[in-house]
Design a binder for this molecule. Structure first.
Ligand SMILES: Cc1cc2nc3c(=O)[nH]c(=O)nc-3n(C[C@H](O)[C@H](O)[C@H](O)COP(=O)(O)O)c2cc1C
Ligand code: SF4
Length: 491
């Protein structure tokens, strides 16, 4: 096996210049092996932790202000403190990562699985628990293989299992493969899936997982990248961690950039220091727009996030600043679209994803996202009618009442409505479908109106294979009806 061959551009990852906390081993071809991990200070943090009091480990993570990387950006150390003194209690690792454009957790699992395993064992030790469930998305075959192999090696070497490193600490890690549902990334749906149920979110409140989660026992759900930071923080201390990033958001974070840039990929960047402009145009990052085109819009933090435009290019990539500007840092998935992008088509693509991934548990999301997709489809096909634009906004307001966070307001000289939005749904998936619609209509209403007249002859209809479309009538409950085209799916 190769040992230290340098891989400057491993698939999906760009090895740029800058601080490396979680991707420090990515440039080794054998970065996923136990040999490489041990040779690069791997499991040294675990050995150190086993000499500490669990509460001291917890305090270290709290002091570092390690923000969750799964979407909400909540401090891990604070969340850990919400567990009541009840046992058994569990750690659940969220490796479901299914949002369009997000692929950083997959790389962490494929390229440095021992770092994640070490982070899990340290967390279990800090929280006084002995079972960790590691849930990996169904389609991530390579990540599953690498994690399984690494876990076998870690068990065999005494880093996991009974009497870890010869101490009386015993912790097991249970691997679970998902079946490939986006909604199972939502923590309570993930817990349902782990329990063997259909992956549908639970209503929060009354119970939050930290108090009543898996099997109704205290459960911490943390993202893969969140936990992957922990060995470095233990080895280098919270102050060294805080030397990177900004005061509110210390450290680095991984962002996955896709779309119309010259060098798309996953970058580890300093939070709150690098701006979107640096990221898209900097030599150290994406090196400008494809074919020298102009930027039209970008999705700043996963498909659920309201779109950003030219005016937001100088916003530093940091949760609170992005929220104040009317969107969210979310999962760190950034999709860049240049001037050649059809705003209606881009909107339809994202909304279709949410409509297909809705778990169906609550009506505004199940019905609303389906309506949104159908109306957008007919507008795109050139069969829309002028009232459809307001109809789309109206359906959005049934899912997410009040002003929807929208950076596009800046164009009108108005302050952006900050994130998060309100919701009539059980989880944020429903409101996620409103993000592209509100963003696109506020900014590019003229493109929607232009589609009302006719579909350009050279544009194909956006219809999935295997579906036949028929005309149906929908009613809004107030006596108004509207014709849409609905799919009849034949298996
Ligand atoms: C629809 C939906 C999908 C989500 N998908 C993921 C995911 O794939 N991975 C993830 O870590 N968090 C995801 N989250 C956030 C989780 O519910 C949870 O907040 C997170 O795993 C907590 O980890 P952290 O505190 O370390 O960020 C999702 C949330 C929602 C509402
Ligand atoms: S908002 Fe959508 S995905 Fe979330 S629980 Fe309701 S139906 Fe399911």
């Amino acid at each position: 096996m190769a040992t230290n061959d340098y891989v400057p551009h491993a698939a999906g990852y760009v090895d740029n210049t800058g601080p490396k906390i979680v991707t420090s081993r990515f440039h080794h071809r054998d970065s996923y092996t136990l040999e490489r991990y041990e040779a690069t200070n791997g499991y040294a943090a675990l050995r150190a932790v086993l000499q500490m009091q669990p509460t001291a480990v917890h305090e270290t993570i709290k002091e570092a202000v390690l923000l969750g990387r799964g979407g909400a950006g909540f401090p891990a150390g604070v969340k850990w403190g919400f567990m009541p003194p009840v046992w058994p209690r569990y750690l659940v690792v969220n490796g479901d990562e299914s949002e369009p454009g997000t692929y950083k957790d997959r790389l962490l699992m494929e390229r440095d699985p021992h770092q994640l395993i070490e982070g899990c064992i340290i967390t279990c030790f800090a929280l006084g628990l002995n079972t960790c469930f590691l849930y990996v998305r169904g389609e991530m075959a390579e990540a599953q293989e690498r994690i399984a192999e690494a876990l076998n090696d870690a068990y065999a070497s005494g880093y996991v299992g009974k009497n870890i490193c010869g101490t009386d600490v015993s912790i097991d890690v249970v691997l679970t493969w998902g079946a490939g549902a986006y909604i199972v990334g939502e923590e309570t749906a993930l817990i349902e899936s782990l329990e063997g149920n259909r992956g549908m979110p639970r209503l929060k409140p009354p119970f939050f997982p930290a108090a009543k989660g898996l099997y109704m026992k205290p459960t911490i759900v943390n993202n893969v990248e969140t936990l992957a930071n922990i060995p470095w923080i233990i080895l280098n201390g919270p102050n060294a961690y805080k030397e990177f990033g900004s005061e509110k958001s210390p450290g680095t974070r991984m962002v996955a950039v896709s779309g119309h840039v010259n060098r798309p990929g996953v970058y580890e960047i300093e939070q709150g220091v690098v701006t979107y402009r640096d990221l898209f145009y900097g030599d150290n990052f994406c090196q400008g727009m494809r074919d020298g085109n102009e930027l039209k819009m970008f999705i700043p933090g996963g498909g659920s996030s309201p779109w950003f435009f030219e005016e937001q290019l100088d916003v530093p990539i940091e949760g609170s600043l992005i929220s104040a500007a009317g969107s969210m840092a979310g999962s760190g998935a950034i999709v860049v679209m240049d001037e050649t992008t059809d705003a209606v088509k881009a909107c339809l693509r994202v909304v279709r994803f949410f409509a297909r991934e809705s778990c169906g548990k609550c009506t505004p999301c199940r019905e609303g996202t389906t309506w949104e997709e159908k109306i957008l489809q007919r507008i795109y096909n050139g069969h829309g009618r002028p009232s459809d634009i307001d109809l789309l906004l109206d359906i959005g307001s049934q899912i997410s009442p009040g002003e929807y966070p929208v950076a596009a307001w800046a164009e009108k000289g108005l302050t952006a409505v900050p994130f998060p939005p309100k919701q009539t749904t059980i989880c944020p998936l429903g409101p996620s479908s409103v993000a592209p619609i509100t963003s696109a209509i506020r900014r590019f209403r003229h493109e929607f109106e232009a589609k009302m007249t006719a579909r350009p002859a050279d544009e194909p209809e956006l219809r999935p294979a295997g579906e036949t479309w028929v005309a149906v009538e929908i009613a809004d409950g107030a006596g108004n009806t509207s014709d849409v085209e609905a799919a009849e799916v034949h298996s």
